[in-house]
Design a protein around this ligand. Structure first.
Ligand code: ADP
Ligand code: MG
Length: 344
């Protein structure tokens, strides 16, 4: 029996576990998470609760497993580096866990640059409006402040990363996969709308082929330079006719959930194919799909409602406001209906 271990038991771990069940050979899935209530637990054969700081506990967890993967990037680098069968690698974590290192790295590679930025510290100044982000542990806009004028400066702390704020922008993501033999593949570009800095909806972008090629090339350069194996996502901003990299996630991504229905192979399958060295099929998609996120505050309205789409309920233990508890994939023509269905 092939033994897969997943560090992290959130919705991404859950959907990876579900994808592992669909492989052509039997897989035993072990999941490690800090919470007994991790939503992926019900999809695992074995579950271990422990801290991500506890390197010995993780090594014990990993001992008899064939391959280890992670579903989120805030695992200590030394933990992943100590696991030879965590083939996704630790270099991506080392660089991408820190927004400043991440941006320097991205700008050192050819192709699309990062949003103009600077580290907050002595002598720092930037024209308003700008946005500050904590260098580490941010997600869904947490640890970020928009600095409109001098009144907001109390939020600006040393070592934060400040970057130019774009009041209007189009957001894209490029989800690519790189296999153990170095082969890469990718989905068409996704166009994402965020509300309050949290992803709200995803659809396929109608984008010029030349632009899409640039998005793919940059993402490929990033994955290659990190010697990264698996699915990797690059978030882009497009504004005033210019492209910028926003950030990179060394994992499956919320925008890629659309591939569960819109593609012949989902991002979760593709991640496992990459780690296992299974040949990628040619990716085909039906662009007529969209994805709508369901947050804690939407859950009661969506649950049990008859929807023109498919509700993926993550089975979260609690429905906290502004936390993702599910998503709906549906046909693009129902996008507005699906968004509305989240209201009571
Ligand atoms: P997170 O790690 O929380 O996803 P991001 O840096 O991707 O952090 O920011 C979340 C969202 O906030 C972005 O997708 C975008 O909608 C908005 N945002 C972040 N940085 C900027 C910026 N410089 N200008 C305009 N909007 C931004
Ligand atoms: Mg982001």
């Amino acid at each position: 029996m092939f033994k897969l271990g997943i560090l992290g038991g959130g919705q991404l771990g859950k959907m990876l576990a579900q994808a592992a069940r669909k492989l052509e050979f039997p897989v035993e899935v072990s999941i490690y998470d800090t919470s007994d209530y991790a939503c992926a637990r019900e999809d695992a054969d074995r579950f271990h609760r422990g801290s991500f700081e506890d390197i010995e506990a993780i090594q014990r967890f990993a001992k008899d497993l064939d391959i280890i993967t992670y579903e989120f990037e805030n695992i200590p680098v030394e933990v992943v580096a100590s696991l030879s069968h965590a083939i996704q690698g630790s270099e991506a974590l080392r660089i991408l866990q820190n927004r400043l290192l991440e941006k320097e790295f991205i700008d050192s590679l050819p192709g699309i640059p990062c949003v103009p930025h600077a580290q907050v510290g002595p002598g720092f100044s930037m024209d308003y409006p700008f946005i500050v982000k904590t260098a580490q542990f941010g997600y869904d806009g947490k640890g970020q402040y928009l600095i409109k004028d001098a009144d907001d400066l109390s939020h600006v702390k040393n070592d934060m990363v400040a970057e130019r704020y774009f009041p209007t922008l189009t957001e894209y993501s490029m989800v690519i996969a790189r296999s153990i033999d170095g082969t890469t593949t990718h989905y068409p570009t996704f166009e994402n709308v965020h509300v309050d800095q949290i992803l709200d909806t995803t659809r396929f972008a109608t984008i010029d082929k030349g632009l899409e090629e640039q998005l793919f090339e940059k993402a490929k350069n990033i994955a290659q330079a990190l010697d990264y194996i698996g699915v990797l996502t690059v978030e882009y901003f497009f504004t005033d006719g210019k492209l910028y990299v926003n950030e990179v996630a060394p994992r499956v991504h919320n925008s890629g959930h659309i591939t569960l229905d819109a593609a012949n192979i989902s991002q979760f399958d593709l991640h496992l194919y990459s780690l296992l060295g299974i040949t990628y099929p040619e990716i085909t998609i039906d662009p007529d799909w969209c994805m709508v996120n369901v947050l804690g505050q939407h859950y009661m309205a969506v649950k049990g409602k008859s929807l023109p789409g498919k509700f993926y309920d993550y089975g979260k233990h609690s429905t906290t406001i502004n936390r993702k508890v599910g998503h709906i994939n549906g046909k693009l023509q129902y996008l507005d209906l699906l968004k509305k269905a989240r209201e009571e």
